[in-house]
Design a protein around this ligand. Sequence first.
Ligand code: GLC
Length: 559
Amino acid sequence: MTDRPAIRTPEPVRNPFYDDETWWRHGIVYQIYPRSFADSDGDGTGDLPGIESKLGYLGELGVDAIWLSPIYPSPGRDVGYDVSDHTAVDPLFGSEADFDRLVESAHRRGIRVILDLVMNHTSDMHPWFQASRASRDGPYADWYLWRDPSGIDDDGRPLPPNNWLSWFGGPAWEWDPRRQQFYMHTFLVEQPELNWRNPAVEAAQFDMVRGWLARGVDGFRLDVFNAFLKHPELLANPEIEGATLWARQRHLYDRDQPDFPDLIGRFRAILDDRPGRMSVGELFASEAERAVALTTDRHMVFDWALLAAPWSAATYGDAIWLRETMFGDDRWLANVLSNHDQSRHASRLASSAGLADTDAVARAAAVVLLTIRGTPFMYYGEEIGLRDVQVPEDEIIDPPARRALVDPDFQWWNRDGCRSPMPWTSGPGYGFTSGRPWLRFGDDADARNVASQDSDPRSVLATYRRLIELRRKSEAVRSGTLRVVETGTPDVLAWTREVPGERLVVVVNFADASRTTRAAVDGAATYRPLAGSHLDPSAPTRDGDLTLRALEAVVLHVD
Ligand code: GLC
């Protein structure tokens, strides 16, 4: 007898859209901050094998793709967004083989893998920058934005080339004594800006993109993508009135250049060589109009109109209507309430409306996120209603937050608050680590964790599961047209979702007290509740009167 190779029985592909090229329009993307998701080796930092061990959980939840915040080698000055090698995996997170196994295991479960591409800048430790700063005429001399001083001040110090500012505080120009020139950085001094007008930079970046695609990656989130190109002559920005130093400039020349859509077209062409590859750009410090202009039929853009809205029927109604009107039928929306840069929405929305019950807000907000038109992007932990964690000053890691402690001209919130580790169970380490976590947990982690919510049908987690199930079943929720409906009831917002043969109405009560409204979008119809923020969604009476409990949101089928 000869040994026969082991036959691996593939696990069933749960995701019904996996083989569909337009999966990203139907599906849900789940953002993982790798440091904080699951730690397999007890060093206190999450890692790739940890993520792999949670794919079963993610499959059950019903997400279609995971987006990993940067996993590349990095000195960690901007917690991974300062990349020193875009083509490799940081040993902190695991090996190259761990990454390939994660992709394979995810695919076996029907889950796609999206990488975060930080292509606007590199770490100052990147070999390209090391070579660039070493010589003014070497092969990498022109890979970054180097300029001579605009003059010398009275003390003999070189003056920066123009008035551009860093988003992370201070000027955008750093003097390099070796090269005797300034280099530009929109973020930290340790994040020098690449010169995308140099064709060699574009070629190198696109080769890197092809390399990840060849390893089975399904798409990319592009970090601050509208900042890649600057004005070729690096003109000074006009000065205007504004509340902060940053707001006192019109950012005409340090981002959003007219030739940028061509660059994105060239990037998209690489993805289009393979079917079903998705991309989403992170709009940096710009208005929704820019997001619309940069969205194409296969490329999405995060705009911030929804994320910036405080919790009220009026602001949500405006944001949903504005986005529908601006994006129109041809451009697909990327919907997001939380990410690794913003206060978590359970905390943010509850406090914006003076509400104490963050879970109730999280459940109602889940109905909004999962039933408006577009692709929902979830941020790990929102499905258990995770809240911002209060980090004491002496534990702050987020670099701009540390600067804000000492620079009176610079305001910032501490992004550590939304990056705390995922509590999976109660008890020491909370099922995240057997060691000391890199960042503290919230005080509520013993009560608020995946295990405690798993078996509670009224939990935030159970609510997400029911709504995601509804999305999978309902063509109208995934792709139907959206029309905002005038309810005439203060605090109550409603919209319809419709495809031929299926019509739904979503009604959300933003108030912390019950409200009675009319469900009627069609006088003769009857309404059947399908799901909502509560386990037992309220139903309209025969006359079409609908009484919603405090912070209740329902999805009704119109028969
Ligand atoms: C993006 C990232 C943020 C990072 C910055 C600089 O805005 O989301 O976390 O600090 O880019 O890379």
